[in-house]
Design a protein around this ligand. Structure first.
Ligand code: ATP
Ligand code: MG
Length: 276
């Protein structure tokens, strides 16, 4: 049994990670219906003082453990805001978010940070690699921060880089890597902690279509082999069609949940005027 503040890493989700968080127990035990993330009437309003932007206007959704879900919709419809609020990176204005049966509303910032470190991986463009560190140092960083011993962290980082096809590139710095290779390092860093949930915000943005397909092959492999849950925001239909389910958003709300094989139209995805 592990508790918050202890440094040992529980590496494998669904294992024996038990953390007391106030009146709640972060059990790692799955809910009976198999959901891992749920939101109920989730609202997020950005208040800049002068203006208020209702970025999320009541989003209710359920994501099951082991699902790969794509989130699509026109620019500005709230996709990044949804990932930020579901993962607890950003506060919510109203409603509720539950991750593995625990309401994020009930947790302190430290507890949310702990859950993110142990249970979540992020493939976000603003989570840039540190330029002064080489590939393996970038990948091992989250392990070191969560208290894994340096030798073990190095071993796992090297293994993870090999898994994303970067064996032999461990000691190259980001500036010495191609865009695709850098994105693989980012993915290795997001996945090295073996997180139960991986959030991707345009994980293949800026990559050519071949590299993008290779990255998606890798994410799909991990999804299947490790039963990891992926929630991926993308504008790319070739990425989205690899998901089990596509959720489309429009103007701060869920527009549709599309079954496998059904893709939104380009007209819809480009319809940014509707969000003005
Ligand atoms: N930090 C912020 N402060 C104020 N408004 C914000 C902030 N972040 C997002 N917004 C606003 O919230 C709305 C939703 O933004 P969000 O970034 O979630 O859109 P998106 O669907 O991810 O768009 P894109 O496809 O362009 O990345 C937009 O109107 C945006 O201007
Ligand atoms: Mg966005």
């Amino acid at each position: 049994m592990l508790s918050i503040g202890k440094t040992k890493n529980s590496a494998h989700f669904g294992a024996d990670y038990r953390t007391k968080t106030g009146s709640h127990t972060w059990s790692g035990a799955k809910e009976p219906n198999g959901s891992i993330v749920r939101s109920d009437a989730l609202q997020k309003t950005y208040d800049t003082g002068k203006t208020k932007v209702e970025a999320l206007k009541g989003v209710t959704l359920t994501i099951k453990k082991g699902e790969m879900v794509a989130i699509m919709g026109p620019s500005g419809c709230g996709k990044t805001t949804l990932l930020n609020t579901l993962s607890g990176l950003d506060s919510i204005t109203d409603g509720d978010v539950e991750v593995d049966g625990v309401s994020l509303n009930e947790l302190s910032d430290n507890e949310k940070t702990e859950i993110r470190a142990k249970k979540m991986g992020f493939i976000f463009q603003f989570y840039n690699l540190l330029p002064v560190l080489d590939a393996v140092e970038n990948v091992e960083l989250p392990l070191l921060l969560s208290g894994v011993k340096p030798k073990e962290a190095r071993k796992r980082a090297v293994e993870m880089l090999a898994l994303v096809g970067l064996k032999g590139w461990e000691h190259h710095r980001p500036a010495e890597l191609s865009g695709g290779q850098r994105q693989r390092v980012t993915i290795a860093r997001a996945l090295v902690n073996n997180p139960a949930i991986v959030w991707g915000d345009e994980p293949t943005g800026d990559l050519d279509s071949n590299t993008s397909q290779e990255i998606m092959d890798l994410l799909c492999k991990l999804n299947i082999e490790n039963n990891q849950t992926f929630v991926i925001v993308t504008h790319d239909l070739n990425v989205a069609k690899r998901a089990h389910r596509i959720i489309t958003m429009r103007n701060g709300r869920i527009h549709e949940e599309l079954p496998p094989g059904v893709l939104p139209s380009m007209e819809f995805l480009e319809g940014s005027m509707e969000n003005a």
